[in-house]
Every structure is written in structure tokens, then in C-alpha cells.
Design a protein around this ligand. Structure first.
Ligand SMILES: [Zn+2]
Ligand SMILES: [Zn+2]
Length: 241
């Protein structure tokens, strides 16, 4: 199986990585990728969110690199944060105008404007069964509503930061045409989650979530899980059999 793209990686712009943009592009070309999405954390991430004013600068830099390296297609992306059960995510009007690829995921570091209890409940769910069930419903509602409300290309590491009902999330992703990520670093989707999700006509992507240059395009763990789950390669958008 050949990996041809990677739609989840971070740069030094959001402080969550030391990677320079051009070094990422060179590495991606070196390992044979033909498309990548640059997906730093959305602005509502407290520690590592990209600043809104940096976004047009990043757009210009990506445009420049696309001209310089015609052998690869570089997409301006974002790993937006799920902000609550209403399905809101942290992409404003100006960002929507220039973005090419939208990832969305739930992160503990996000500034939840309304449903701030989500973080607390997700933390408590690790020690209490009662909170586990309660927060599973809330996490699922926020993902499903985000899928219905926004044009999201890929849901990142579903289930990694808090419990979800993968059946409902996969159904909603199939309806919205959103890809489910099999994240190489976080262990989700798990084999069991892939098996449940693949009952629905949803597509998948194996992505690195690279924070280091050497991990760009490194999706071997993710491919292993897809293989064990029995997922057909033609359902994974960024590999060729
Ligand atoms: Zn993430
Ligand atoms: Zn990430």
C-alpha cells in the first residue's frame, strides 16, 4: 500500500511544533506524497491556537510554495476545535474565505465558550462510569452538530480525547461526506471503532498528526489498525493499493 497524502500535521506557527513549513514540504516530496494539508490548531486552542491574523500570511506562504514545488499540492488547512454541543467550531468568516481543508476535533486545551463543563466531565469520565455515559452523549451531540453545521473535510482522532458513540458519528459523517481519521499518534479510531464505522458509507484517511519532521507521512500504526479491522483500501482516501 502506498501513502500518497497526509491531511493532518502541525507547524511552528501554532507553537505546538518546531516544524518550518518549507521543511515539511521538502520532506513530503522526499517520501513521495503528492498532497498535504497544513493543519495547525484553531484560534480557540488556549496553548497552541494559531492567531487569526497569521492565517492570511500562511495562505500567502502556501501559495508561494505551491508555485515553487509543482510536484505537490499544499492545502491551507486548520485543525478546528469543537466548541460545544451546538456544533460551533473556531473558524471565522475571513478564515472560511481562504481555507482549503477543514479538520475538526475535540481538544482539552480549547476555550469552550458555553459548554465549559465538557472538559470537566471528560476528565471525570476517566474515573466515573456515570460521567462516562453523560459525557459520551454530549461529545457525540457536539460532533454530530458540527458535521451538520459546517463543511468539515475530516474529523480528527474521533474518540481519542473523550468517549463518543462512533455509530452515530459515522452515520452523520457519511451524510455530510466527512472523512474519519485513523490517527497514527492517538490510537483512534481503534480497530473496534473502524469496524463499527465501516458499516456506513463513510470514507477514512490514515494521517500522521505529525509534530516532528520525521513523522510526516508516517501512518504505519494507522494502516495496521485499518488492516486488522478489514477496511478495504479503496475506502481510504490517501492510499493506493
Ligand atoms: Zn488534535
Ligand atoms: Zn493535530
Amino acid at each position: 500500500m502506498i501513502v500518497i497524502g497526509d491531511y493532518h500535521m502541525h507547524t511552528k506557527l501554532s507553537g505546538d511544533s518546531k516544524n518550518e513549513l518549507e521543511a515539511i514540504v521538502k520532506k513530503a516530496i522526499e517520501i513521495g506524497l503528492t498532497e498535504i494539508a497544513i493543519t495547525d490548531h484553531g484560534p480557540a486552542h488556549n496553548g497552541y491556537g494559531i492567531k487569526k491574523e497569521q492565517y492570511p500570511v500562511l495562505r500567502a506562504e502556501i501559495d508561494r510554495l505551491n508555485e515553487k514545488y509543482p510536484q505537490i499540492n499544499i492545502l491551507l488547512g486548520l485543525e478546528a476545535n469543537l466548541l460545544g454541543t451546538d456544533g460551533e467550531i473556531d473558524i471565522d468568516e475571513n478564515m472560511w474565505k481562504i481555507i482549503d481543508w477543514v479538520n475538526a476535533g475535540y481538544h482539552f486545551g480549547s476555550n469552550l465558550r458555553k459548554d465549559y463543563k465538557l472538559h470537566l466531565y471528560n476528565a471525570l469520565s476517566k474515573v466515573s462510569k456515570r460521567y462516562h455515559e453523560k459525557v459520551k452523549k454530549l461529545n457525540t451531540i457536539s460532533m454530530v452538530n458540527a458535521l451538520r453545521k459546517n463543511k468539515i473535510n475530516m474529523l480528527t482522532h474521533p474518540g481519542a480525547k473523550g468517549p463518543i458513540d462512533i455509530d452515530q458519528v459515522a452515520k452523520a459523517a457519511a451524510e455530510s461526506g466527512t472523512v474519519l481519521e485513523i490517527n497514527n499518534s492517538h490510537g483512534h479510531l481503534t480497530v473496534e471503532e473502524i469496524k463499527i464505522a465501516m458499516k456506513y458509507p463513510v470514507k477514512f484517511a490514515v494521517c500522521s498528526d505529525a509534530h516532528e519532521i520525521e513523522n510526516i507521512g508516517n501512518v504505519s500504526n494507522a494502516i495496521d489498525r485499518a488492516f486488522i479491522a478489514g477496511l478495504a483500501p479503496d475506502r481510504i482516501i490517501n492510499v493506493r493499493a
